[in-house]
Design a protein around this ligand. Structure first.
Ligand SMILES: Cc1cc2nc3c(=O)[nH]c(=O)nc-3n(C[C@H](O)[C@H](O)[C@H](O)COP(=O)(O)OP(=O)(O)OC[C@H]3O[C@@H](n4cnc5c(N)ncnc54)[C@H](O)[C@@H]3O)c2cc1C
Length: 306
């Protein structure tokens, strides 16, 4: 399967573009699930100004999708029409600032923010140790764990909109709720400023180790998965509803509901994106029938079916 190649036309329109543009680039290896088709165009900007230049000159009818480390993502088997943007090298800066603050580019893995904070004796950011995405994904998903979420530690975020304008958003501008960010859908986050607090290096290190151990014991972290599939409904646990509906271990094609943590879906090796999505929808239907609760997808699904 392949899309018409748009890259020569785009390069001609954007002579000053510095980032890489690739046609029909497979996306499966850029996601934890390792499934799905190609991006019609994959763009990896060099830095924020390159991203803004690209968006300013990109014809408005071409859709744009941004991905981070693909740890919360199903790419459908037919691939993603338009442009997929992945922020890499040029978004990897990380700096300790005064008053226990850390500034990080949106391509920085969350774990690196947690480690930098620990090394600097900054407490309050250890929860990021357990989230396998990058800063951009944490900003968009309001990623959280162990009773803390991005909203609790964010001072401000930078973003570029679809027209190429740069914005600085305060915490309130992000309109955060549980695993949701209310900033405009087209905003691509480029940087975050986090607030920590004074802490003891040894105590922070011990907390990080505890998180690592807890993750290994309770989650299939070495598997092809997308983390929690569904949001916890108010006052309830999605995994418990899934378990009660008899879905633990349920299989569709090459996809399975994890035996270890039944809000995780797994690619057993040969799954298609359709297998994983159908398994998720089967779980939703069974939970609805058993408990009357409508589970809401936390995992983002992008692209088109085969
Ligand atoms: C084993 C495992 C454990 C997990 N545990 C947790 C957990 O404890 N807590 C938790 O909250 N999540 C958890 N997750 C889910 C996931 O890691 C988080 O949602 C993470 O924040 C996603 O970041 P990412 O870079 O992988 O984003 P992706 O999966 O690539 O994208 C997720 C969403 O963010 C958007 N996005 C990504 N980057 C940007 C950007 N720069 N600007 C705008 N939008 C962007 C994408 O468009 C998409 O809608 C887990 C996942 C796995 C696989």
């Amino acid at each position: 399967m392949s899309f018409p190649d748009l890259t020569s036309d785009l390069k001609a329109r954007m002579p000053q573009l510095r980032g890489r543009l690739l046609a029909n680039q497979p996306l499966a290896d850029l996601t934890w699930f390792r499934v799905g088709g190609p991006a019609q165009v994959l763009f990896m900007p060099e830095d924020e100004s390159d991203l803004a230049y690209f968006l300013r000159h990109l014809p408005t009818e071409i859709p744009v999708t941004v991905i981070g480390l693909g740890s919360n993502l199903i790419v459908r088997d037919g691939g993603v029409p338009g442009v997929v943007i992945r922020l890499g090298r040029g978004f990897n800066e990380i700096a300790i600032e005064a008053d226990h603050r850390i500034r990080a580019g949106s391509g920085v893995p969350d774990v690196k923010v947690a480690r930098a904070a620990a090394d600097a004796g900054i407490a309050g950011l250890t929860f990021l140790r357990g989230i396998p995405g990058a800063v951009g994904g944490a900003l968009r998903m309001n990623g959280g764990a162990y009773g803390r979420e991005t909203k609790d530690v964010l001072i401000e975020a930078r973003a570029v909109d679809r027209a190429g304008n740069v914005h600085v958003l305060s915490n309130a501008d992000m309109h955060y709720t549980y695993r949701h960010c209310g900033a405009p859908e087209d905003f691509i986050f480029t940087q975050a400023l986090f607030q920590g607090e004074a802490g003891d290096k040894a105590a922070i290190g011990a907390e990080m180790d505890k998180i690592t151990e807890a993750r290994e014991a309770t989650q299939p972290i070495k598997s092809r998965t997308g983390g929690s599939t569904f949001k916890n409904p108010p006052g309830q646990k999605a995994w418990a509803l899934i378990d009660a509906a008899g879905c633990r271990g349920l299989v569709v094609g090459g996809a399975q509901v994890s035996e270890l943590h039944c809000n995780f879906l797994l690619n057993l090796g040969g799954a298609t994106a359709a297998d994983i999505e159908t398994l998720g929808e089967t779980v939703r239907a069974r939970v609805k029938a058993q408990s009357g609760v409508d589970l809401d997808w936390e995992i983002k699904r992008i692209g088109v079916p085969a």
